[in-house]
Design a protein around this ligand. Structure first.
Ligand SMILES: Nc1ncnc2c1ncn2[C@@H]1O[C@H](COP(=O)(O)OP(=O)(O)OP(=O)(O)O)[C@@H](O)[C@H]1O
Ligand SMILES: [Mg+2]
Length: 255
């Protein structure tokens, strides 16, 4: 059974075909990249996989279940997390609180109920401790522990990108969707993230779908690359094959 199958997906926005009959499969524990010129439908694909949009046609099957009609929350509960092209965080809240919010699917007692402890053994208290430990581990992994109490709004862009990644990781995802994670980062930050993305796959046992414009990052990280243009698949395969595919070269030169 494939880990994720996108089967003949189409979606239109007021007559504009954002995706037209897109199909592909992603293997578990792989790093799968999606490339394509601006406006080709990459982010729309993520919005369909995580349930923000519903397809007009086609289906998305995750671990044997059709998820294409489920709400974003139910999809998150199945272990699909994402980051956004334009960072979406609670900017006045601390790094720690943003990551704790990423764990909402693991919370039975409500996000901040641990603050009202009735005794150390209460379920809310235990859950609070568990959540904090898990979030501490994610911060440690990303090297942002010293920033735990800082409001996100005060952090430089590269750090905010890491916090957003941390919030997605706090969900303990099986499938992680990263929408242009290195955009706006310095060369050093990119190299660092490259290493971390690999480590996410290995340590968190996650499967990763990456939308990325930096070809260096794509070539170095991906097991498989899917190229789309104007809502259609134009190539799929090993990074080098896709990079040199005539239709891919043409799509990039034309954009
Ligand atoms: N909610 C929406 N309403 C109307 N049109 C939309 C909506 N979402 C996406 N589109 C359109 O769908 C097409 C694909 O957009 P999408 O954001 O998926 O592209 P992209 O490949 O992520 O581009 P970029 O590289 O610039 O991020 C574009 O023409 C866009 O204007
Ligand atoms: Mg996009």
């Amino acid at each position: 059974m494939p880990f994720l199958t996108v089967d003949n997906i189409s979606v239109n926005f007021r007559g504009v075909k954002a995706l037209a009959g897109v199909s592909f499969s992603v293997e578990e524990h792989s790093i799968f990249s999606v490339i394509g010129p601006n406006g080709s439908g990459k982010t729309t694909l993520f919005n369909l996989i995580n349930g923000i949009y519903k397809p007009d046609r086609g289906r998305i099957v995750f671990q044997g279940t059709d998820i294409s009609r489920l709400s974003p929350d139910r999809i998150a509960r199945r272990g699909i997390a994402r980051t956004f092209q334009n960072i979406e965080l609670f900017s006045r809240a601390s790094v720690m609180d943003n990551l704790l919010l990423g764990r909402h699917i693991h919370m039975r007692c409500g996000v901040f109920s641990g603050a009202f402890m009735w005794g150390r053994r209460s379920r809310a208290a235990r859950e609070e401790i568990e959540n904090r430990e898990s979030v501490e581990a994610v911060m440690e992994f990303l090297g942002i522990s010293p920033l735990r109490d800082h409001p996100v709004v005060n952090l430089p862009y590269g750090k905010r990108k890491l916090v957003e990644l941390g919030r997605a990781l706090a969900l303990e995802p099986r499938l992680l969707l990263l929408d242009e994670p290195t955009a706006g980062m310095s060369a050093d930050e990119k190299k660092d993230l490259d290493v971390r993305i690999r480590a996410i796959r290995d340590q968190y046992k996650a499967t990763i779908i990456l939308i990325e414009h930096d070809m260096g990052v794509v070539m170095g990280l991906s097991d498989t690359v899917l190229a789309i243009d104007q809502g259609r698949v134009i190539a799929e395969g090993k990074p080098r094959e896709v990079q040199s595919h005539p239709d891919v070269v043409k799509a990039y030169l034309g954009s």
